[in-house]
Design a protein around this ligand. Structure first.
Ligand code: NOJ
Length: 637
């Protein structure tokens, strides 16, 4: 909740400790210095050339928490989402307006990092189902004119993948070079080895990014956790194996891939020491990201992937690319002629509250939010690239809590405000499971033990070790968990007011605690809602429908930010090639705001997050916006 963030932040400054690696850099300062003008789409550009993957609405499923089919439990006997569960909800997704279902990893995995540690790329983990279940899901999608997108996690495998088991078995094993093995930097007198360099683990920054193997006396690189050894992309056999995995799933009919940390596949080959940015008294290891984000051979590998696989299929591809802010560098991947990927996730917006590490807090304001959004809208139009539009995913807390006010009074308005913004921005839109009903962060009262994510567990262990005698810092650690943990996005989906929110059987305990408000905040109630305004779900449905009907404006149109200096209100005009214009005005504050309509005249206000249909508001001159109000107006030609 923004206001509470603001209340809390002065007390947090300066941050006394930093807690995770800086994967994503903040872009706001730079963009504030660079005001941009209106971005029309030029005739030379292919930006507004229609493509199915540009217009599609993508819905991200976090599979363990989406839907368990009747009787489904994992080995521990707890309720766990399944592939059959996903299939059973396709009609729901269709009615929301979804075209492509992207599921986070469901491959065979020990689940050390919830499936982002894959032990077999061609098999499905039994807790989710089977390959046959996925084939059924693909077929059921097809019947509904929908498609399935898979998560491709190939920067690293699980330490239980056969490739790695072979690799670690001996120094002479043919798979040894499939991973990154190095000798210890040194050994002390007792013979205890030191890692090859000082890089810290990303999901547990108190620890080294290198894991020692006693059998062979070497370290392997594992930048996320020891359970996730990094593949050695320098080895052509590794790349061939990845191309083979991709073709395997594309041949089964999947639409394409979301590619996990795909900009980390090339490492600086000298493995230099990382600069000291975290307090060395408490942090022996330091962020080494600059040496493996967009590394020296990344684009060579991406081109090879395009040549060997992607060019042979009509796919959708989105790269997860944290830590890159350079427009030139990003355009090398998503430019229309780049021959790499359709789009990437740019993290500037979801990292707005991040100083240089993720599990920490930073003050931010609405002008920063406006400048980040406007910057990337303009860049892609001007330079013929393509955006993904998203504000939530499984690695971030809930947007309604983060960018608006999640109190009972304002939560619906805030969730709808964010929906209005996203459904009217250019690019391919991604909706995250539960965002469509405005699920919010778990409250402060939740004990840290309710949090299951490895990052949170490592973070809290670290706090308890380093700050055991400092109650203030421990309290701050708790607050950071409440505001930033990835777990907030991973609570089970709230389907209905039935037991366990309809997520799993009534007599089965869900694998993770369901948010306490599920009896009132759930999909069924919001779909049926009848009142003076639309529920969050209905508002999303409306927005996605309007977006499709006016794709030439909202997906492909030009973008112009208006009244840029306003400190609370984000206003922009979207214009189609034919000159159809829509004005979006979003009040990102809990106070009434007055705002001068910059265009000649608004013909009508097509929607507001306060009304069911059209809104009755001033059509020129001064517009009065209620707290957290967002409106969409058709502008006279
Ligand atoms: C990014 C994924 O989104 C995240 O959930 C995961 O922990 C890391 N990559 C490692 O795969």
């Amino acid at each position: 909740m923004l206001n509470s963030v603001r209340r809390l932040l002065p007390a947090f400054k300066p941050l006394l400790f930093r807690t995770s690696l800086s994967l994503h850099s903040t872009t706001a300062q730079r963009s504030l210095l660079r005001p941009r003008s209106y971005s029309p789409v030029t005739n030379m550009s292919t930006y507004n050339t229609p493509k199915w993957w540009k217009e599609s609405v993508i819905y991200q499923i976090y599979p363990s928490s989406f839907q368990a089919h009747p009787g489904a439990k994992n080995e521990q006997g707890v309720g766990w989402g399944t592939v059959k569960g996903i299939t059973s909800r396709l009609d729901y997704l269709k009615s929301l307006g979804v075209d492509i279902v992207w599921t986070s990893p469901i491959y065979k995995s020990p689940q050390a990092d919830m499936g982002y540690d894959i032990a077999d790329y061609k098999d499905i983990d039994p807790i989710y189902g089977s390959v046959a279940d996925v084939e059924e899901l693909i077929a059921e999608c097809k019947k509904r004119d929908m498609r399935l997108m898979m998560d491709l996690v190939v920067n690293h495998t699980s330490n239980m993948h056969q490739w790695f088991l072979d690799s670690r078995s001996s120094k002479s094993n043919p798979k040894r070079d499939w991973y990154i093995w190095k000798d210890p930097k040194s050994r002390n007198e007792a013979g205890t080895p030191e890692p090859p360099n000082n890089w810290a683990q990303i999901l547990g920054e108190a620890n080294s990014a290198w894991t020692y193997d006693t059998e062979t006396g070497q370290y392997y690189l594992s930048v996320f956790t020891p359970d996730q050894p990094d593949l050695n992309w320098e080895n052509p056999e590794v790349r061939e194996a990845v191309w083979d995995v991709m073709s395997f799933w594309l041949d089964k009919g999947v639409a394409g891939f979301r590619m996990d940390v795909i900009n980390m596949i090339s490492k600086v080959p000298t493995y230099p020491e990382a600069p000291i940015v975290l307090d060395p008294a408490t942090h022996k290891y330091q962020p080494g990201t600059q040496f493996f984000v967009n590394g020296p051979k990344m684009h060579d590998y991406m081109h090879e992937m395009y040549e060997k696989v992607l060019s042979k299929y009509d796919t959708i591809t989105v790269g997860e690319m944290p830590g890159v802010d350079s427009e030139d560098e990003i355009l090398r991947t998503v430019g229309a002629n780049a021959k790499e990927l359709n789009m990437i996730f740019i993290f500037a917006l979801v990292d707005i509250d991040k100083p240089n590490v993720r599990m920490a807090l930073k003050d931010w304001d609405v002008k920063e939010l406006k400048s980040i959004v406007s910057r990337w809208q303009n860049v892609m139009i001007e330079r013929d690239g393509w955006n993904s539009v998203f504000i939530e995913n499984h690695d971030n807390p809930r947007s309604v809590s983060r960018y608006t006010d999640d109190s009972d009074e304002w939560r619906d308005k805030g969730a709808k405000l964010l929906s209005l913004m996203q459904t009217t921005l250019g690019g391919t839109i991604f909706v995250y499971q539960g965002e469509e009903i405005g699920i919010k962060n778990a409250p402060m009262e939740w004990d840290p033990r309710e949090y299951k994510d490895i990052e949170t567990v490592n973070y809290w262990n670290k706090c308890q070790t380093i700050y055991k005698d400092d109650p203030e810092k421990l309290k701050l650690g708790r607050k950071i968990i409440q505001m930033k943990a990835r777990d907030h996005a991973r609570t089970p989906m709230q389907w209905s007011s039935s037991p366990n929110a309809g997520f799993c059987d009534a007599d089965t305990e869900p694998w993770m605690r369901i948010m306490d408000d599920w009896k009132t905040v759930n999909a069924e109630a919001q779909m049926k809602y009848e009142g003076d305004e639309l529920s969050t779900w209905q508002f999303w449905q409306r927005g996605l429908k309007d977006r499709k009907e006016h794709a030439d404006v909202f997906v492909y149109g030009g973008f112009e930010e208006v009244n840029k200096d306003d400190e609370n209100v984000f206003g922009y005009v979207r214009t189609s090639k034919e000159g159809e214009k829509w004005l979006v005005v979003l009040n990102f504050s809990g106070k009434e705001q007055k705002w001068m309509i910059p265009t000649k005249e608004v013909e009508y206000w097509a929607c507001s997050n306060y009304t069911k249909g059209r809104a009755d508001k001033a059509k020129s001159g001064e517009l009065v916006l209620k707290p957290w109000e967002g409106v969409l107006g058709k502008v006279s030609g």
